[in-house]
Ligand binder design. Structure first.
Ligand SMILES: [Zn+2]
Length: 115
């Protein structure tokens, strides 16, 4: 149920950018590392957005795959399940690189773009 907090954060950003305009679509990028499920966010969204300018807005999710940055050579590579070995130098693991965040990319409001 940790999607509740992120959905509140998304709604907060959206309403602030919309400045009172009716929100039509919201593009959200969900990183794989976050573990957030798009459909859970969608469910919370419908509840939280009710009665706001974002009520009825459509959420469009873009999934960002998890990648790792090798601590030894700096290569960024996909974290595919259990295969966490650097393809360049064969070091194991690394720092999470891409896919760590959940961000609002774009907001479409009636009468033009707000973001
Ligand atoms: Zn490496």
């Amino acid at each position: 149920m940790h999607e509740l907090g992120i959905t509140e954060a998304i709604l907060d950003i959206v309403l602030r950018h919309a400045g009172g305009a009716r929100v039509r679509t919201v593009q959200v990028t969900v990183g794989e590392w976050t573990g957030y499920a798009g459909d859970s966010i969608e469910l919370f969204w419908q509840e939280l957005a009710r009665g706001t300018a974002a009520e009825g807005a459509r959420l469009e999710f873009r999934f960002e795959p998890a990648t790792l940055k090798c601590r030894s050579c700096g290569t960024v590579f996909g974290a595919n399940g259990s295969d966490l070995q650097c393809p360049q130098c064969s070091a194991l693991g690394g720092e999470p690189a891409g896919g760590r965040d959940c961000t609002v990319d774009a907001i479409e409001v009636e009468g033009g773009d707000a973001a």
